[in-house]
Design a protein around this ligand. Structure first.
Ligand code: FAD
Ligand code: MLT
Ligand code: ZN
Length: 474
């Protein structure tokens, strides 16, 4: 391996090849997953600074039969971006490739390198007078390359779609170390198979995304946020229908949060002053973006909430008076993941179910889990507007969470995913498969679909050097 490491140093510079041999180097940030469930050991962390360097690194690794794990911000939640524990894999970090290459206002597009942090992309769009709508709790450290590789969702999908729908072009380094220049920025292109959509959501197993051309949108004239107490999930679904009807394309966010999820935020971050949660089983966070004016936005929003209050689907509500208040409400929602982590190890799900069936799914699955594992706690929240729930499970209050996970995780997942299948849903709406869910795909994805996926992987990466064992079993 010394020869390979020497070659890699020649390609990216010695300072950008980190190994355990260097007593100064701490590889923890690249080897430990965000949830602190798993830690791998890398042969080296390699940090190229250009697409040509990425291509040369891939060629060198392929020649040495060394496998690569692409990594962006390492905020993934399914163990897909860290090396295994053999000490034989190269982590290919895209973090140094973070430039904004071009803004094209006429085409409403922005082209950025894969390691651009999502928040920096949002800021670059804002500075150019536009909106880049992809938004998620990890936006301060996740990268656009990782967002595309996982086809990330987040809180604006109800209006703008997920990462795939925002992407118009990609630049990709293939498993052979070739560069595919696909940064067209075209909204229409029917010249054969859609390679762009194949790489989006492939979790680093088919190619390395080095740059992307993304859609921009006009900034709304006004954006209003409301926090509403709802008596039941059925009522939340009715409120969603009313919001679609009355706000149309103005509905840009619709999140649901169960009382226990909010109680964890209140417990771990009392300074955030979570509103209304004590007196209601569910809260909903709604966002209305308006292209006319603040007054227009406010009157439409108030009409919606009034009709919802009249119908009894909302029992109380607060509308943010200004941007600071709105940010605070979103901050509470986005702190649930962190509060859950503070509470201890947990089991995450990012399932999707047809919106109309979600209340029945939750009733059914809560009952099945409570019967199987008395005392289990439900941290239920998510993107109801997209039919996407984070139906998460916290260990019973008494007892060791580590032991709970070891003994019950598989059982919990089987109960939840069997219910998801019975309700025509998907076991991953936005986080992806990674290593955590790959064995579950065998049960919940059709053999025909799996066969096509294996054929694609075999054709694009016949040596199996890109993120082996993620998405598909080796
Ligand atoms: P990484 O974690 O580094 O990598 C993720 C996967 O993509 C890995 O398989 C990796 O190999 C691959 N990859 C990374 N970069 C590239 C590249 N350039 N080319 C090819 N493959 C690559 N996700 C959501 O969808 N919605 C949410 O609302 C959401 N909220 C979150 C909130 C918090 C607090 C946290 C910690 C995570 C959240 N996530 C959410 C999950 C995570 O942020 C996303 O999956 C994100 O898209 C990962 O980006 P990343 O740059 O950190 O990728
Ligand atoms: C979110 O929407 O906050 C994350 O995707 C959920 C999670 O951490 O499970
Ligand atoms: Zn989410």
């Amino acid at each position: 391996m010394t020869a390979l490491l020497d070659t890699l140093r020649q390609i990216v510079g010695a300072a950008n090849v980190l190994t355990h041999d260097d007593p100064q180097a701490d590889l923890g940030a690249w080897e430990q997953d965000w949830r602190k469930r798993t830690r791998g050991k890398a042969l080296a962390v390699v940090r190229p600074g250009s697409t040509e360097q990425v291509a040369a690194v891939v060629k060198a690794c392929a020649a040495a039969k060394v496998t690569l794990v692409p990594q962006g911000g390492n905020t993934g939640l399914v163990v897909g971006s860290i090396p295994d524990n053999t000490g034989s894999q190269v982590v290919l970090s895209l973090q140094r490739m973070s430039a904004v290459r071009k803004v094209d206002p006429g085409n409403l597009t922005i082209t950025v390198e894969a390691g651009c942090v999502l928040q920096n992309l949002q800021t670059a769009a804002d500075n150019a007078g536009f909106l880049f709508p992809l938004s998620l709790g990890a936006e301060g450290s996740c990268t656009i390359g990782g967002n595309l590789a996982t086809n990330a969702g987040g809180t604006q999908v109800v209006r703008y779609g997920n990462a795939r729908e925002l992407c118009l072009g990609l630049e990709v380094v293939t498993a052979q170390g070739e560069i595919w220049e696909g940064l067209s920025g075209l909204r229409k292109d029917n010249t054969g198979y859609d390679l762009r959509d194949l790489f989006v959501g492939s979790e680093g197993t088919l190619g390395i995304i080095t740059a992307a051309t993304m859609k921009l949108y006009p900034k709304p004239a006004a954006q209003l946020t409301a926090w509403a107490a709802v008596p039941s999930l059925e009522d939340a679904v009715t409120l969603l229908g009313l919001a679609h009807q009355q706000l149309g394309a103005g509905l840009t966010g619709f999140e649901v949060m169960a009382q226990f999820a909010l109680s964890l935020v209140d417990k771990h971050y009392p300074q955030l002053r979570t509103p209304l949660w004590k007196d209601t089983p569910w809260c909903v966070l709604l966002e209305n973006s308006d292209s006319e004016s603040e007054d227009h936005a406010r009157s439409r929003f108030e009409q919606l909430l009034e009709s919802a209050l009249e119908q009894g689907v909302v029992t109380d509500a607060v509308v943010a008076e200004n941007l600071t208040q709105a940010h605070n409400l979103w901050h509470i929602r986005e702190s649930i993941t962190l509060a859950q982590a503070e509470e201890g190890l947990n089991i995450k799900h990012d399932i999707s179910i047809p919106v109309s069936r979600i209340p029945e799914f939750v009733r059914h699955t809560d009952a099945a889990l409570s019967a199987a594992i008395p005392g289990v706690r439900f941290v239920n929240f998510g993107h109801l507007g997209d039919g996407n729930l984070h139906y998460n499970i916290q260990a019973p209050a008494e007892g060791d969470a580590k032991v709970f996970l070891r003994e019950q995780e598989e059982n919990v997942n089987t109960i939840v995913y069997d219910a998801v299948q019975a309700f025509d849903g998907s076991i991953s709406a936005e986080h992806g498969v990674g290593e955590l869910k790959r064995h579950k795909l065998l049960k919940h994805k059709s053999p025909v679909a799996l066969g096509m996926m294996r054929a694609i992987k075999g054709a694009l990466d016949p040596q199996n050097i890109l993120n082996p064992g993620r998405v598909l079993e080796v």
